[in-house]
Write a protein that binds this ligand. Structure first.
Ligand SMILES: *[C@@H]1O[C@H](CO)[C@@H](O)[C@H](O)[C@H]1NC(C)=O
Ligand SMILES: CC(=O)N[C@H]1CO[C@H](CO)[C@@H](O)[C@@H]1O
Length: 201
């Protein structure tokens, strides 16, 4: 997939604006307490969330304020610590009976470099709540078997991008791929979705 400048630009806007916007703010309300869904159109050979983390030791419970999370996650992805992890996110919106692409696309070339950076939009989704941070800092998701303990929290996904986010049904589609030291992408990528709706707050 060729990466055009416009896509890169969108990504920069998405990443930076999420933190410093004085425009309208939106909260993404999850559709389902299990949080992570199967991708509707996963690339061949890609695993779902269970290929990234063992979530069987994590509780996700929907309450009035959102989805409560506690427990721990163990990384299960069969890749190498020396791999670079590239992440993509696209938001797809349900409109007039079909899923339509939106301008909200981003690519992170080296996810592990900024995994625990508080300025990243994903920080509050999960990394902020890791209890054993020193281990997480050393061992990103490309270290199979790493255990991330979470301080119990309620998932809050806030976005202030300076423009209106589409209300109605949305899918945030995440894909992660590992790229080895010879710059070759491994076939066992990860794809999962978080379905929800944007509400103005
Ligand atoms: C994810 O994939 C695994 C292995 O293919 C499968 O057993 C599991 O049911 C899938 N999980 C979801 C949420 O569908
Ligand atoms: C390096 C580190 O802090 N690892 C810890 C992660 O949390 C578990 C449980 O609290 C500890 O057993 C690890 O030592």
């Amino acid at each position: 997939m060729a990466l055009s400048f416009s896509v890169l630009w969108q990504l920069v806007v998405f990443l930076t604006a999420a933190q410093h916007s004085n425009g309208e703010n939106f909260e993404y309300i999850l559709e389902d307490e299990s949080v992570f869904s199967e991708c509707m159109d996963a690339p061949p050979g890609y695993a779902n969330m269970s290929g990234l983390f063992d979530t069987s030791t994590t509780n996700f419970v929907m309450g009035p304020e959102g989805v409560h999370v506690d427990g721990y996650l163990t990384s299960t992805w069969d890749v190498q610590p020396t791999d670079r992890i590239e992440g993509r996110l696209k938001i797809v919106h349900f409109e007039r009976g079909i899923w339509q692409p939106t301008v909200l696309n981003m690519l992170v070339r080296d996810f592990c470099k900024s995994f625990l950076d508080p300025k990243q939009y994903w920080y509050s989704i999960f990394p902020e709540h890791i209890r054993n941070r020193s281990e997480a800092r050393e061992k990103c998701v490309n270290h199979k078997g790493t255990v991330y303990f979470v301080v119990p929290y309620v998932i809050k996904m806030h976005f202030g991008l300076g423009f209106v986010l589409p209300s109605g049904r949305n899918r945030m589609v995440f894909t992660l791929v590992a790229i080895d030291e010879n710059d070759v992408q491994r076939p066992n990528g990860i794809c999962f979705e978080i379905r929800g709706d944007f509400f103005k707050i």
